[in-house]
Design a binder for this molecule. Sequence first.
Ligand SMILES: Cc1cc2nc3c(=O)[nH]c(=O)nc-3n(C[C@H](O)[C@H](O)[C@H](O)COP(=O)(O)O)c2cc1C
Length: 192
Amino acid sequence: MLKVVAEDAGAFYQHYPRAAAIVTVTYGGRKNAMAVAWHCPVSFAPPIYGIAVAPKRYTYHMLSESKQFGINFMPFEKAETIASVGGSSGSFIDKFTEFNLAEDRAIKTEVPILKDAYTAYECRLIDNRVIGDHAWITGEIVAVHIAENVFKENGILDLNLVQPALYLGAETYCSAEKNSVKVLDRDKFGRR
Ligand SMILES: Cc1cc2nc3c(=O)[nH]c(=O)nc-3n(C[C@H](O)[C@H](O)[C@H](O)COP(=O)(O)O)c2cc1C
């Protein structure tokens, strides 16, 4: 593939697509939700999840104080909800009321769990460190909410039943094409 080389990452969209998710928090009697595309698992045992949240977000303040957060993985048909909570600040509005966000009850924390999510983690804060213009926040996953039957026996998402919301940058969303699935056994393809 012919490439041009630059030293500046520019709009920084090269690494997409990534799952667009919604982080939820509660603090001081208020709830809030924000979109995140910068997030990933960082440890199996214990299970730890990381999210990059800019300190200027209202969510950051609530999360830093409450020391817990939820991360909600959304189906593609709810991409508008992601754009809504990612396009407004909890410092001005109650996003749960404004965008009719329905909730399921958390079991180990107080964070809101979104009814429309096909899976969600409840996390307790482990670490919060500012790196550049974001904070890298890690939390131990203390509870997992899973929609019935959408994961196959081997634990992977059944794309026939749920298409995940993915983000491409520049306000552009897409999903995973079920006919693109390949199963490639690493023991067969790799070299030990
Ligand atoms: C698709 C999408 C992905 C986003 N990803 C992140 C992210 O990973 N980290 C972040 O700090 N902000 C991210 N944002 C921006 C916040 O969601 C946005 O600033 C939001 O309004 C913050 O809400 P709050 O002020 O109520 O916390 C994203 C926005 C969108 C639309």
